[in-house]
Design a protein around this ligand. Structure first.
Ligand code: ATP
Ligand code: MG
Length: 171
């Protein structure tokens, strides 16, 4: 079984996955470098452009159960996608604290507010769960990931996270 831990940058994919013990954890960024999947650099976004098909091929060669952690891990032919979510307000604080440029922070906060990664995950993957990390520690998020891997998916159905009230408060 291949499980993706995905979500908008800053939601805590890396921090929480590092604490998961029940399955081998692979950081997608490491495979990107190993298989030379970088095809360019987006100057405006200050991010690497990655060949997702090449990455998917590399992932398909991984044998056995694996948890793939990264913000496009849900696009790599996984069986289950766990989408980590974070309140846009809190995500704004977390990304600003990282020292990211205001434009890049805003772009990601907006993507989280309108469910961009969730929608992609639902379009590409048959089993999708959502975990709200806003008030959870990385250890608690890791525990939720372990529960989902153990089959307790009903606690984290698609739709259990909804930022619409928070977003409407912006107006
Ligand atoms: N549950 C949490 N509660 C509070 N802060 C957190 C939590 N998870 C992560 N953080 C903090 O938020 C920041 C982003 O976390 P992390 O790097 O794990 O996110 P990510 O989803 O892997 O982001 P990226 O897509 O950029 O790799 C870090 O400074 C981290 O310490
Ligand atoms: Mg990360």
């Amino acid at each position: 079984m291949k499980v993706a831990v995905t979500g908008t940058p800053g939601v805590g994919k890396t921090s929480s996955s590092e604490l998961v013990r029940s399955i081998k954890v692979v950081h997608v960024n490491d495979i990107v470098d190993e298989c030379n999947a970088v095809v360019g650099f987006d100057e405006r976004r200050k991010t690497k452009e990655v060949d997702v098909r090449k990455l998917g091929k590399a992932v398909s060669k991984i044998e056995g159960d694996v948890l793939l952690e990264g913000h496009f891990s849900h696009l790599l032919g996984v069986d289950v996608a766990i989408v980590l979510r974070c309140s846009p307000k809190v995500l704004n604080e977390r990304l600003s604290a990282k020292g990211w440029p205001e434009e890049k922070v805003r772009e990601n906060v907006e993507a989280e507010a309108v469910d961009v990664i969730l929608i992609e995950a639902v379009e590409t993957t048959s089993d999708v769960c959502e975990v709200d990390t806003t008030k959870k520690s990385p250890a608690e998020v890791a525990a939720a990931i372990e529960e989902i891997i153990a089959g307790e998916t009903e606690k984290y159905p698609v739709g259990n996270v909804d930022w619409s009230r928070e977003v409407l408060d912006w107006f």
